[in-house]
Write a protein that binds this ligand. Structure first.
Ligand code: IMP
Ligand code: MG
Length: 179
């Protein structure tokens, strides 16, 4: 068990890199089976999902495209519930199957807002793939289509996820111990 310090907070190892990659193998296999022949557009939600997207896409064997969009709602260790769209999509998404790639679904606000926006843009089918899901914090009556690992409510960092911008480069995932 590794204990690390990021700014004023202390974290300990929760999920190792090999556990993360095994969970991604399972998600990729499900996507490969379910979306065969659909030519999906994968949309990585920046910043947090960049590592997951890279490891997931290496395992996706479908004919597909990948694009990126950027939204922000977090300040420190909690969601503000307000969104800033910082980078949008350039692709024509009408009639397509879009798979949103998220690092984590926490309150579910981001997932619901992005799904609605994509359906408003004429997408035929929006799916959500998330590495991590906190079912107890999710306020929305929706569940992601593809989930790597379910987690308790606690704040985590690493493997793309940050605390005030730091910790994204950690290869394992760490949980907050001094709250
Ligand atoms: P939402 O509350 O489901 O809308 O989550 C939105 C975003 O908050 C996620 O995509 C993450 O970028 C960020 N987030 C949620 N929980 C955590 C966490 O435990 N650590 C770091 N970022 C988080
Ligand atoms: Mg995110």
């Amino acid at each position: 068990m590794d204990v690390i310090q990021i700014q004023d907070k202390t974290f300990e190892t929760l999920i190792t890199e090999s556990e993360i990659l095994s969970a991604i193998d399972v998600v990729a296999e499900k996507i490969n089976n379910e979306l065969d022949g659909k030519r999906p557009l994968f949309v990585c939600v920046l910043n947090g999902a960049f590592m997951f997207a890279a490891d997931l896409m290496r395992r996706v064997k479908l004919e597909c495209e990948i694009s990126f969009l950027k939204v922000a709602s977090y300040e420190g260790t909690s969601s503000t519930g307000r969104f800033k769209q910082l980078i949008g999509l350039n692709e024509d998404v009408k009639g397509r199957t879009v798979v949103l790639i998220e690092d984590i679904v926490d309150t579910g606000e981001t997932m619901v807002m992005l799904k609605k926006q994509l359906y408003d843009m004429g997408v035929a089918d929006v799916r959500m793939a998330t590495l991590l899901f906190k079912p107890e914090s999710c306020r929305k009556d929706v569940t992601p289509d593809y989930v790597g690992i379910n987690l308790p409510k606690d704040f985590i960092v690493g493997y793309g996820l940050d605390y005030n911008g730091y910790g994204r480069n950690l290869t394992d995932i760490y949980t907050l111990i001094n709250k």
